[in-house]
Design a protein around this ligand. Structure first.
Ligand code: NAD
Length: 254
């Protein structure tokens, strides 16, 4: 049986850990040759190592997605190694807690923290899309999946810069989707609570209260998001353009 991404060249940002790592491993199991990119080159190398150990193909790239020169180099390295770029999972991101804004209401956010969230999450996603789309147009095809959040769809207290950046990703996704279809398809996934380092502390402190709002009665795992991203990157979703998909155990349904 061939995998859903057999022989496809797929880039994953934020691939050093969490959703990015889980997805990169899944894409490789589905036959993709993966470029694992992250701010942490060491972490990206570890993910690539796991893929190679399991018999797959992977390279690791160090990148700060908020820097245009880094992003151009990331795409150039991927194309140099594999000859093309069929799919990209733009997943790197940070939350408010990582900018020391945990628990802060909108008016208490600092300008620096707000800028950083927008720079990494929103501008970073746009910079990646820009470079990826240029490459994919040259080739004549490609599929892009962006990681947004439930905070891209509704308000959550104390998430000002995060929610703003993630809402922006939905707008970017829809705009590029209608501009570049059918040559390049662009979609995004909105994860609910997924068990990763990013939210470990929140889950530890408020786990029961959070779970009470999740009809599936469990937190998500990175591969739950990887499954959706894999399908969106594959030809199996060829009629899916500009979609915004919650993967949240039913949280947004109620
Ligand atoms: P994580 O913190 O475990 O992993 C994020 C990865 O992104 C890290 O490896 C980090 O080094 C990398 N990264 C951060 N800034 C970067 C930069 N400037 N350039 C390149 N890489 C950078 O987080 P995660 O939970 O795996 O989150 C992945 C994505 O999913 C993020 O966009 C996040 O906002 C989103 N998300 C997560 C959850 C959740 O519950 N975990 C929910 C909704 C959305």
């Amino acid at each position: 049986m061939t995998g859903m991404l057999e022989g496809r060249i797929v880039l994953v940002t934020g691939g050093a850990r969490g959703i990015g790592r889980g997805s990169a491993l899944l894409f490789a199991r589905e036959g993709a040759h993966v470029a694992v990119a992250d701010l942490s080159l060491e972490g990206a190398e570890a993910t690539a190592g796991l893929i190679v150990q399991a018999g797959g193909k992977a390279i690791a790239i160090g990148v700060d997605v908020s820097r245009a020169a880094d992003v151009s180099a990331m795409i150039a390295t991927t194309v140099k190694a594999y000859g093309r770029l069929d799919g990209a999972f733009n997943n790197a991101g940070i939350n408010g807690r990582m900018a020391d804004m945990g628990g802060k209401l909108t008016a208490d956010w600092t300008e620096e923290a707000f800028d950083r969230l927008v720079e990494v999450n929103l501008k970073g996603t746009w910079l990646c899309m820009k470079a990826e789309i240029q490459q994919m147009l040259q080739q004549g095809s490609g599929s892009i999946v962006n990681t947004a959040s439930l905070a891209a769809l509704t308000g959550f207290r104390t998430t000002a810069g995060y929610a703003a950046s993630k809402h922006g990703i939905v707008g970017l996704t829809k705009t590029a989707a209608i501009e570049y279809a059918p040559t390049v398809r662009v979609n995004c996934v909105c994860p609910g609570w997924i068990r990763t380092d990013m939210v470990a502390q929140t889950i530890e402190q408020h786990g029961d209260a959070l779970l009470a709002r999740v009809p599936a009665k469990r937190f998500g795992e990175p591969q739950d998001i990887g499954e959706m991203a894999c399908w969106l990157l594959s030809d199996r979703s060829s009629f899916v353009v500009g979609g915004v998909f919650t993967v949240d155990g039913g949280q947004m349904a109620g």
